[in-house]
Write a protein that binds this ligand. Structure first.
Ligand SMILES: Cc1cc2nc3c(=O)[nH]c(=O)nc-3n(C[C@H](O)[C@H](O)[C@H](O)COP(=O)(O)O)c2cc1C
Length: 331
């Protein structure tokens, strides 16, 4: 089984990816949070920093692009090619209101935009073929109803999509409700009928624990790839643990991982406020590993200075309540 780290804006930047690889591993591909190219500027300096080869040494990184403008996408592709990338991912999955209202991410899946999506795919696959680059797609099932997926699947199979990552929810689900596994089954059947390898499909959604993974594999025995998001942020050792014979995360590993990320942010961010904000976002997931630590969790959330933050983190690690068998439970 191959495991991918999901793109997560604000979380899975290069500092996180490097620490994840160094301390845990088990991840075959690391997807960057989306890059949002525009005609005037292919990339912001923050976006460029995230994909610079010197910031991603030894990692297989797939830059993700969020766009609905073929020209802007192709320009970004050129920049990425110059940096040595040979594979990019198209985001057709982001459900956020500001993205969807501009017809991007999952907003591009609206039934009345099908023609525009088809033209866009024509244009970007034309660019990628000329450059010898691969484009994979990360998609939801549609905007409103899971049944919309059938039509989208037949569109995707008309293009040389290198890999299809399916998050089986619709846009209006955001992250609520249970993923629609039936539609993932349809993706498997369609892929098979169109002669795609079983490795063409990758599943993403709510795989937070080995139990959830086992259930998924029982249901889809031909599956060969899973993209892990929130479950990995809560327990960064999850991909390693799921990989054959992989060991569970230890408290010391989590501490070392935390300290490396903190040092990384302190080096590149101006002021403790921004660094603390990033660290607290990580803890909103990682606290799953510390049951019954509400008092310490509150101190972390409330910390207004680096000193008080570090004292709260020390206190949390000192409780002896770290539990590697706890996993993210969703929100
Ligand atoms: C905070 C946050 C940021 C995200 N950013 C991105 C993103 O930049 N690109 C993307 O395709 N998906 C993004 N996602 C969605 C995740 O990649 C993933 O599809 C989602 O979390 C479902 O997988 P999971 O159930 O394993 O978490 C984001 C999700 C969250 C919660």
């Amino acid at each position: 089984m191959n495991y991918y780290l999901a793109p997560m804006e604000g979380i899975t930047g290069y500092i996180y990816r490097n620490a994840c690889s160094r301390h845990f591993g088990g991840v075959k591909k690391y997807f960057t949070p989306f890059l949002s190219p525009h005609m005037k500027k292919a990339m912001t300096s923050r976006e460029k920093n995230d994909i610079l080869p010197e910031h991603n040494e030894g990692l297989y990184v797939v830059p993700q692009i969020l766009a609905n403008d073929g020209e802007a996408f192709c320009r970004a592709l050129e920049t990425l090619e110059d940096l040595g990338y040979r594979e990019v991912n198209l985001n057709l999955a982001c459900p956020s209101g500001t993205v969807v209202s501009k017809g991007r991410g999952a907003g591009f899946l609206a039934a009345d935009r099908r023609e525009a999506l088809s033209r866009f795919l024509d244009q970007i696959y034309d660019c990628s073929e000329r450059k010898g680059m691969q484009i994979s797609i990360k998609t939801r099932l549609g905007m409103e109803q899971p049944e919309e997926f059938e039509d989208l699947l037949s569109l995707y199979t008309r293009f040389p999509v290198s890999e299809l990552v399916v998050h089986p929810r619709v846009q209006k689900d955001f992250y609520k409700n249970t993923p629609h596994r039936k539609e993932f089954c349809l993706a498997e059947e369609t892929a098979e009928n169109k002669g795609r390898e079983s490795s063409w499909l990758c599943y993403n959604g709510d795989i937070f624990s080995p139990m959830a993974a086992e259930e998924l594999f029982r249901e889809f025995p031909k599956l060969s790839c899973v993209m892990l998001g929130r479950g990995m942020i809560a327990n960064p050792g999850l991909a390693r643990q799921l990989s054959d014979g992989g060991s569970r995360i230890t408290e010391q590993e989590l501490r070392n991982f935390h300290d490396e990320i903190l040092a990384g942010y302190q080096e590149i961010m101006s002021g403790d406020r921004n660094t603390l904000f990033k660290m607290k976002e990580l803890w909103s997931y990682q606290l799953a590993l510390f049951p019954d630590c509400e008092k310490q969790a509150k101190k972390i959330r409330k910390a207004g200075t680096m000193d008080s933050y570090l004292a709260a983190v020390d206190e949390l690690f000192g409780t002896g309540k770290f539990c590697p068998d706890r996993y993210f439970e969703g929100f």
